[in-house]
Write a protein that binds this ligand. Structure first.
Ligand code: CA
Length: 220
């Protein structure tokens, strides 16, 4: 299914795909190759890729950071929208998944824009902060292990410039975040972060009901 959001009724998904998705051939091929993998659900949908590329252009982003690369669909969507001197620092811990990502970045001619860092993302983000890069990033995307979301959020917020944009994936967690009796680590982490952002005076935030729910955060 091209559009996989649980927020869009099945009867509407084909219509949404027909009218709001332009997917470049290379992204389509990456999505299809990834769909054969057992955890292909970690890949964002093409409608979300369109949104991310458009936001990249709208804010004139040049310096980006991504936490959670997987097979590279989101980073490729952003890289294709970046100017020639734009860059993404892409954080992941998996050589296996990112090897597929690297193959597609190269084929798309954007490998020079993407700086892949294989390490725990908290370490990479801390390194960027200690290198004096606080307040220099235009755009960030968090889509990785949920129990660490708060750690990623705190660091990414430091790295973003004023008016910088942060997108956070899976914030509705298939609806489970509304279950007050949930006890699993992922749901609890997402509930904690959603609550924290709502009370965080350093930012303003809104929900984009696309995919599994995306929080759009503007750093004041
Ligand atoms: Ca995700």
């Amino acid at each position: 299914m091209l559009v996989k959001s649980f927020l869009i009724p099945d009867a509407l998904k084909g219509y949404v795909a027909d009218n709001w998705v332009h997917e470049p051939e290379l992204l389509k091929r990456l999505r299809e190759e990834t769909s054969l993998m057992t955890n292909s659900g970690m890949q964002i949908g093409p409608d979300q890729g369109v949104m991310m590329g458009m936001l990249t252009k709208l804010i004139g982003a040049k310096n980006c950071v991504e936490v959670g690369v997987f097979t590279g669909y989101s980073s490729l969507s952003v890289a294709l929208a970046l100017p020639e001197d734009g860059t993404i620092i892409a954080c992941d811990v998996s050589e296996e998944y990112t090897s597929m990502a690297r193959r597609y970045w190269a084929e798309a001619g954007v490998a020079n824009k993407i700086d892949l860092r294989i390490a725990p993302a908290t370490d990479t983000l801390d390194d960027l902060i200690s290198q004096g890069l606080a307040g220099t990033f235009d755009l960030a995307f968090i889509d990785a292990d949920k129990p660490n979301y708060r750690n990623y959020y705190d660091r990414v917020l430091v790295l973003l410039r004023s008016n910088g944009l942060l997108l956070i994936d899976n914030v509705l967690w298939s609806g489970k975040v509304a279950d007050a009796s949930a006890t699993d680590a992922e749901t609890l982490a997402l509930q904690d972060l959603n609550r924290a952002i709502h009370g965080d005076h350093r930012v303003e935030a809104c929900l984009i009901p696309i995919g599994d729910g995306v929080t759009m955060v503007r750093k004041k």
